[in-house]
Design a protein around this ligand. Structure first.
Ligand code: 5PA
Length: 332
């Protein structure tokens, strides 16, 4: 761990869910094709449940829930939510009772299937985006509290100042690994949904004065006004840490193809290509769109000579949207 970040984070309760530094892999074929060096930080391999970025946030969020003596964890998202499933699974493993507040079609596939297999309590509502679930989640929290439960409410994607600490920590890990590799990244790129990952990277990178630019790829407006949200989260997390770094406006590019959760041919083809050339499985909702954006920006010369893509996980999305992918690829 980076000593400066370690010192700042040491007073925050954390449950260890990620048992190793996730590896950084070089992608030879993709790099040769676009003419810059592309590396991937394998946060798909964080190693708890389905892995992914959420596990890093949950180390601090569930640490906080336990420190506050809660017995129940509520969170919310779409039925395909990676965050919801892995939050519930981690909560269960720590003896906390999870309740998921979801929206979308209840089909037994992807993460929703995993929710059911693991016996997780789900309550599905007829709304069209996660933000509309917030008042419902607040109401359910009050009802459970009236029954004597001690509830910890985790916002969509774990995007709270405490959750943001997970990627402050990751920024330090990346810095140490970069030094070990004897290289320097010009840009670190990640998918932006609820914004907590980018906010943590932005803050962590500022604290250690990292040489790279932090670049976000919006995957379709999961939340409105994402730049403000990311900056706000980074500032709140900075206050929580007692750090007084200056934070830059986040750099976020839109590669959402019109909507969050919209499954498109360009991304389906890229999932096939990167899978078959590099053995890296992207998903159609987050990492596929983000990787597409990263390649496009790199080809335009906007990311420098060496870029690190954060693979934030999410492979159950491939199975959730299997039929859409099959029909777009048209060769099954
Ligand atoms: C998600 C989010 P942030 O939410 O931190 O911006 O991360 C975006 C992201 N990659 C990137 C994967 C695989 C993700 O699942 N997922 C959400 C979910 O409910 O799963 C929060 C939207």
């Amino acid at each position: 761990m980076h000593p400066k970040i370690n010192a700042l984070l040491s007073r925050f309760p954390r449950v260890e869910l990620v048992k190793w530094r996730t590896p950084i892999h070089y992608l030879p074929n993709v790099s040769a094709e676009i003419g810059i060096d592309v590396y991937v930080k394998r946060d798909d391999l964080t190693g708890f449940g389905i892995g992914g970025n959420k596990v890093r946030k949950l180390e601090f969020l569930l640490g906080d829930a336990l420190a506050k003596d809660c017995d129940t964890v509520i969170t919310l998202g779409a039925v395909h939510s990676n965050h919801a499933f892995v939050t519930a699974l981690a909560a269960k493993s720590l003896g906390l009772e999870p309740v998921l507040i979801l929206y979308g079609r209840e089909e037994l596939k992807g993460n929703y299937l995993l929710d059911k297999i693991m016996g997780i309590e789900t309550r599905v509502f007829d709304v069209s985006r996660t933000s509309e679930l917030l008042p419902i989640a607040e109401r359910i929290k009050s009802e459970l509290e009236e029954d004597g439960r001690r509830v910890y409410l985790i916002p969509p994607g774990g995007a709270s100042p405490v959750g943001t600490l997970g990627y402050v920590r990751a920024a330090g890990e990346i810095y140490i690994q970069m030094k070990d590799l004897g290289i320097e990244f010009d840009a670190v790129v990640d998918a932006v949904g609820s914004g907590g990952t980018l906010a943590g990277l932005l803050l962590g990178s500022a604290i250690i004065n990292a040489p790279w630019r932090v670049v976000g790829v919006d995957v379709g407006g999961f939340v409105e006004n994402i730049s403000n949200k990311v900056l706000g989260l980074a500032k709140e997390a900075s206050e929580l840490l007692g750090s007084n770094v200056r934070l830059k406006e986040p750099e976020i590019h839109d590669y959402g193809f019109g909507a969050y959760g919209k499954i498109v041919r360009e991304v389906a083809e890229l999932i096939r290509k990167v899978g078959s050339e590099e053995g890296i499985i992207l998903d159609p909702v987050y990492t596929g769109k983000a990787f597409y954006g990263m390649l496009d920006l790199a080809k335009k010369g906007e990311l420098g000579d060496r870029v690190l893509f954060i693979h934030t996980g999410g492979f159950p999305g491939v199975f959730h949207y299997g039929e859409e992918l099959a029909s777009l690829l048209g060769s099954f």
